[in-house]
Ligand binder design. Structure first.
Ligand code: NI
Length: 163
């Protein structure tokens, strides 16, 4: 296991559509393990393979007790709405307001190719949507209806430090 370098906004790789995973081999397992280490190290909730420069449909999401691996994920159902702050490890130092469904059910494969279904609410549902969009070359900044100003961002950081 090893940490991978996270690429940032402006890198053309982040705007490309990822290809499905068709080979479930040791190389895929290493990528997933590295992505898990990388998302923990970076204090993120989720990470998509293009963020570490790999154009494959692979995502990891930290649920707290465990980090799940989503290979070739597809949204099956979504419902409700939530409105809140979103950030991205590839867009450091920025936050924006984005509307998302409140509940998202998806199916995905694990590193062995077995299919699973996952349902997430609130932060996890938001994360599912955000990470899946990375696989199609999109960043949340395209979807945010308002980005925080530098002043609002500084206030937020200050509040977090005081908490
Ligand atoms: Ni992101």
């Amino acid at each position: 296991m090893a940490l991978r370098n996270i690429i940032t906004e402006g890198n053309p790789t982040l705007a490309k559509k990822c290809r499905p995973v068709t080979v479930f081999d040791d190389r895929l397992a290493t990528l997933i393990d590295d992505m898990k280490d990388t998302v923990i190290q970076a204090n993120g909730v989720g990470l998509a393979a293009p963020q570490v420069g790999v154009l494959r449909r692979v995502v990891v999401v930290d649920l707290g007790e465990e980090i799940i691996e989503l290979v070739n994920p597809k949204i099956l159902e979504q419902s409700g709405e939530q409105d809140g702050l979103e950030g991205c490890l590839s867009v450091p130092g920025k936050y924006g307001m984005v509307k998302r469904p409140n509940t998202v059910k998806l199916q995905a494969q694990d590193r062995h190719g077995d299919w699973y279904e996952y349902e997430g609410e609130e932060l996890i549902a938001r994360c599912f949507c955000h990470e899946l969009e990375h696989l199609d070359g999109h960043l949340y900044t395209e979807r945010a209806y308002r980005m925080l100003t530098e002043e609002e961002y500084e206030e937020l950081i200050q509040k977090e430090q005081d908490a």
